[in-house]
Design a protein around this ligand. Structure first.
Ligand SMILES: *Cc1c(COP(=O)(O)O)cnc(C)c1O
Length: 368
């Protein structure tokens, strides 16, 4: 882990200290109140919970330490993505989105943005590095993409997008702020599904938007208050708790993913292994620079849908579920959602199981 991550991880764990008075709880309380004492001349920190509440403040203090930017918490990754898109776009604008990224973002663009007069164009993630962004109001990236794990160069794309007069938004869900820093590379906004690794226990939907332009971030905050896309106090507390172990969990998850990917790549039943951390992978070119490491997601293909489904049910250590980034390893066949991948393609998310035992389970299930 580099010094910068070490400093952010340690500061995150102690972010409440400076504000504590004797007798205050060390862990933040859950505050379900919707209304706060507001006398005629009241100037308290909170008035009505849709506009702000103590749970968001605690959580956003952590998120802002991680992103080194202003942050706004949302009740899901899609709520955060919607906020970023609606804060940046208006009728007549053109937005460039990844053709191979998170599919719900694409459906949001085609089913809602187009109807409001926004032109939504799709590009493969690997095409961003050479695309012409003339006429675009917004360039939206997802790197590594979910589920294909393709990458593009955030710094280079952001520079060309800005030269063309476009704003830049990056979905950083597959990396988290510990592994990739889009704002440092020129993005205007970062969006993320904290439902994944930051929450980390498959028991919470959440998301956030981060940015360093106060005017744009005020608009993102206005979107939350006006649309009512608000995170509940219990979920804010759960995410606050999850973030305390994010760095620790990521260390195990990414190291295990590297080990498992290497062994899967050498297995005769496995084809098309994708893991950006492997030197032979086409996405490896940005590992060590843009990306701290190869992450915790692996893609690979088994013979067909039947073989893949049998593998998934035979492995005792793979939760058969969608989503990723949890303590438990999980995997699924992505073609069941209509992703443009082979029928036998599996996305595997490495969890925190001891890696040799995890591999024993995977190897046994591959043997059939
Ligand atoms: C899961 C995911 C989302 C959406 O997050 P939700 O919390 O399910 O709304 C957005 N982007 C990516 C890359 C994701 O993996």
């Amino acid at each position: 882990m580099n010094d910068d991550n070490a400093r952010r991880a340690a500061r995150l764990l102690h972010h409440r200290k400076a504000g504590l008075a004797p007798g205050d709880p060390v862990a933040p309380p859950i505050t379900p109140a919707t209304t706060f004492h507001l006398p005629a001349n009241g100037t308290g920190a909170y008035g009505y919970a849709r506009a702000g509440n103590p749970g968001w403040s605690e959580l956003e203090a952590q998120l802002s330490l991680l992103e080194e930017a202003e942050t706004v918490a949302f009740p899901s990754g899609m709520a955060a993505i919607s906020a970023a898109l609606f804060a940046c776009l208006k009728a007549g604008d053109r937005v460039i989105l990844p053709a191979d990224g998170y599919y719900v973002t694409r459906v949001l663009a085609t089913d809602f943005l187009r109807g409001l007069g926004v032109a939504a164009d799709f590009l493969p993630t690997t095409g961003y590095d050479t695309a012409d962004f003339t006429g675009a109001a917004l360039v939206y990236m997802e790197t590594p993409s979910n589920p294909g794990l393709e990458v593009c160069d955030i710094g280079a794309v952001a520079a060309r997008a800005r030269a063309a007069g476009a704003r830049v938004v990056v979905d950083n869900t597959t990396m988290t702020p510990f592994l990739q820093r889009p704002l440092d590379l020129g993005a205007d906004l970062v969006v993320a599904a904290d439902t994944k690794a930051p929450g980390g226990h498959s028991d919470l939907l959440a998301g956030h938007v981060a940015g360093r332009d106060p005017v744009l971030m005020a608009r993102v905050g206005d979107w939350r208050r006006l649309s009512g896309a608000v995170l509940g106090p219990f979920e804010a507390w759960l995410l606050h708790r999850g973030l305390e172990t994010l760095e620790l969990r990521l260390e195990r998850m990414c190291a295990s993913a590297g080990t498992i990917a290497e062994r899967l790549a050498a297995h005769p039943a496995v084809r098309g292994l994708r893991y950006p951390g492997l030197p032979g992978d086409v996405s490896h070119r940005l590992v060590g620079s843009q990306m701290a490491n190869g992450g915790f997601l692996i893609g690979f293909t088994l013979a067909d849908a039947g073989v893949a489904e049998r593998f998934l049910s035979a492995c005792p250590y793979l939760a058969q579920s969608t989503s990723f980034g949890a303590t438990h390893s999980s995997a699924e066949r992505r073609a069941r959602w209509g992703d443009a991948v082979p029928e036998g393609f599996i996305r595997l998310s490495a969890g925190i199981e001891p890696v040799e035992e995890l591999w024993r389970g995977i190897r046994g299930a591959l043997a059939g």
